[in-house]
Design a protein around this ligand. Structure first.
Ligand SMILES: [Zn+2]
Ligand SMILES: [Zn+2]
Length: 337
C-alpha cells in the first residue's frame, strides 16, 4: 500500500486502450478542496463511453471514475464543511461557475463552464483524489462505502431521470436494467408506481432480478408491455429504444433518456409522438438531486447490488459491464473503511 507520497492509479492515456496501472504522487488539496483516501469507486457506463472514445475531449491522461466514496484525510484552506475523518462521496458534477444563466436559474447541471469528475478532472480509479468540497456529499451511515458508491451517479442521475418523468405517473417502464434501473426501481415501487422492466432480448437473469425488486412485469425490450406506459426511462445507450418505448406510451406520456451517449435514433411515424407525447434527455445532476436521493434512499431503504473488483482489475470490470456479465453495479474496492 502507499504512504502519503505516492499512490496507485489506473490511468487512461489514450481512449481505445486499456487503463494502465501507475504509481504517481498523491495530489495536495488546493484552496477549497479536500484530499480523500478512496474506499471505493463505482464503475459507470459513462466510464465505458470515455474509454471507448464515444465522448469528446476528455482530459488526458485521465483518471476516470465519478462514483467515489472515501475518507477525508486533509482539507485545503477555506473548507468549512468537512474535516479529516469524515466519509464523503464525490459525484460526476465537479465544478460549476455559479454565474452563467443556467447556474443562476437553478439548472447548474447545464452550466456553461461545468467540470466533470473522471472526465474533465481526475476521478476515483485511484487510492487518493482531491475534490472541490462544495460538490461533495456526506454519505448516509446506513451504507458501507462500496454499497454507497453506485448511488453517486447511477443513483443521482437515475433519480433526476425518474423525477423528470413527472409526478402523476402510474405505469413506468424502464429500458436497460443495470445500475441506475435497479436503484430507481426500488424508489418507484416504494412510491407506489407499477414498474415494467425491459432487458436485452433473452436476458432471463436480468428479468428475474427485476422481478425480485418488485416490478409487475419484466420482458424483452422488443416486446409490448401488457399495459400502456405513462412514462419510460431509458438507461441503455441504444437509440432504437426511443421509438420502441414511445410506441408503448399512453397519451401525454414521456420518454426520458438518462444516458450521456446513445447510438442514432431510427425514424418513426409522427403518430407515435402525436397526442402530446414527448421525448427528452437528462444531462448530469444538480446538487439538489444528490441531496434528495441521499434523503430518500435510506428511507426506502434502497439496497444496492454490487459486484466488486480490486483497483488493478478495473479493465476487467469495464469489460464485464460492456458484456453485461453481472446484475446491479460494478464497484472497485480500493481500501478498507
Ligand atoms: Zn454556470
Ligand atoms: Zn455515471
Amino acid at each position: 500500500m502507499s504512504d502519503l507520497q505516492t499512490m496507485r492509479v489506473m490511468v487512461l492515456e489514450k481512449p481505445g486502450e486499456p487503463l494502465r496501472l501507475k504509481q504517481i504522487p498523491v495530489p495536495r488539496p488546493a484552496m477549497g478542496q479536500v484530499l480523500i483516501r478512496i474506499h471505493a469507486c463505482g464503475v459507470c457506463r459513462t466510464d465505458l463511453h470515455i474509454v471507448d472514445s464515444e465522448l469528446a475531449n476528455p482530459k488526458l491522461p485521465l483518471i476516470i471514475g465519478h462514483e467515489v466514496v472515501g475518507e477525508v484525510v486533509e482539507v485545503g484552506v477555506g473548507v468549512a464543511d468537512f474535516q479529516p475523518g469524515d466519509r464523503i462521496g464525490i459525484p460526476w458534477l465537479g465544478y460549476t461557475c455559479g454565474q452563467c444563466r443556467y447556474c443562476l436559474g437553478g439548472r447548474e447541471n447545464l452550466c456553461e463552464n461545468a467540470r466533470f469528475t473522471g472526465y474533465t478532472i481526475d476521478g476515483g480509479y485511484a487510492e487518493y483524489t482531491v475534490a472541490d468540497a462544495r460538490y461533495c456529499f456526506r454519505v448516509p451511515d446506513r451504507y458501507a462505502s462500496p454499497e454507497a458508491a453506485p448511488l453517486l451517479c447511477a443513483g443521482f442521475v437515475g433519480y433526476r431521470t425518474y423525477r423528470l418523468a413527472g409526478e402523476n405517473i402510474r405505469n413506468l417502464g424502464i429500458y436497460g436494467f443495470g445500475a441506475a434501473a435497479h436503484i430507481i426501481t426500488q424508489i418507484a415501487v416504494y412510491q407506489g408506481k407499477q414498474l415494467f422492466a425491459f432487458t436485452r432480448p433473452g436476458d432471463w437473469k436480468g428479468q428475474e432480478f427485476a422481478r425480485s425488486l418488485g416490478v409487475v412485469w419484466a420482458g424483452d425490450s422488443t416486446v409490448a408491455p401488457p399495459e400502456k406506459l405513462d412514462a419510460a426511462l431509458i438507461f441503455a445507450p441504444v437509440g432504437a429504444l426511443i421509438p420502441e418505448a414511445l410506441h408503448h406510451l399512453d397519451k401525454g406520456g414521456v420518454v426520458v433518456s438518462g444516458g450521456i451517449y446513445m447510438s442514432d435514433i431510427p425514424t418513426f411515424p409522427y403518430s407515435w409522438l402525436w397526442e402530446e407525447r414527448s421525448i427528452r434527455s437528462v444531462a448530469n445532476l444538480t446538487r439538489q438531486d444528490g441531496r434528495e436521493l441521499f434523503k430518500i434512499a435510506p428511507r426506502v431503504p434502497v439496497r444496492t447490488y454490487i459486484h466488486t473488483y480490486p483497483l488493478e482489475q478495473a479493465n476487467q470490470a469495464l469489460d464485464d459491464l460492456r458484456a453485461g456479465r453481472f446484475e446491479g453495479a460494478a464497484v472497485l474496492v480500493v481500501s478498507d473503511e
